[in-house]
Write a protein that binds this ligand. Structure first.
Ligand code: DC
Length: 216
């Protein structure tokens, strides 16, 4: 980890509320919020655009190595463009939801994206959310939070957002894969957001950070 910049790692299953919490927390603390899932989604979107079979690992990796991926920041939140196209709503299509966990199980792809995730810390303090942030991306950070919610609550949140997403299936794939599976990192404080509002969850995350030694 960079000596001068701090990383807050927020991990958790799909639709646990971690993106919203990470965004609010980053704004309150004046840090950059990085959505690492968007990177896996961006590659998945491009692979589908190119007509490559998501399960064809060799073809996916070859295409990934040719992609021009630019990770940036706008209004304190990470952005991503692939081959010159800035991606946002494209990242949440049903086809991307359905295939992203397959690509996220390819370790060569993970290595490439983890390097891009770590690069954010070279210039900024960050709140980064994902599945392996506390375990693989920034294992040395003391600031690790795991946000959970019951399966019913998570599925309900996704359909309320109007999104077709196979939350339970993605979680099973993300937790059972060999490469950097979703898990609670050692030292992480777990927050169950099932019966909490966004504000209450952000407050709980702020309290967790203080417990972990965070100082403004
Ligand atoms: O957080 P999200 O739902 O947007 O993430 C999309 C997928 O990307 C998720 O199903 C698993 C994968 N992912 C990952 O493997 N590691 C991360 N750090 C972030 C996301």
């Amino acid at each position: 980890m960079s000596a001068s910049h701090r990383a807050v790692a927020i991990d958790g299953p799909a639709a646990s509320g971690k993106s919203t919490v990470a965004k609010c927390l980053a704004a309150r603390l004046g840090l950059i919020m990085v959505n690492s899932g968007a990177m896996y989604r961006a590659v998945t979107w491009q692979i589908l655009q190119d007509g490559i079979l998501p399960s064809d690992q060799d073809a996916v990796i070859q295409a990934f190595e040719r992609m021009k991926i630019i990770c940036g920041v706008e209004d304190g939140v990470s952005t991503i463009s692939v081959n010159g196209r800035m991606l946002s709503s494209e990242l949440r299509t049903p086809a991307v939801n359905e295939n992203v966990s397959t690509l996220a199980s390819f370790s060569k792809l993970r290595e490439g994206l983890v390097a891009m995730q770590r690069a954010y810390l070279e210039s900024d303090d960050v709140v980064m959310e994902g599945r392996d942030i506390g375990s693989v991306v920034f294992p040395e950070t003391p600031f690790k939070i795991y946000i959970d919610a019951s399966e019913e609550v998570r599925a309900a949140r996704r359909s309320k957002d109007g999104e077709a997403d196979v939350v339970a299936e993605r979680d099973a794939q993300d937790s059972q894969r060999e490469a950097s599976p979703l898990k609670i990192s050692e030292g992480a404080i777990v927050i169950d957001s099932s019966s909490l509002t966004i504000d209450q969850t952000v407050l709980a995350a702020q309290e967790a950070l203080i417990e972990l030694g965070w100082e403004d």
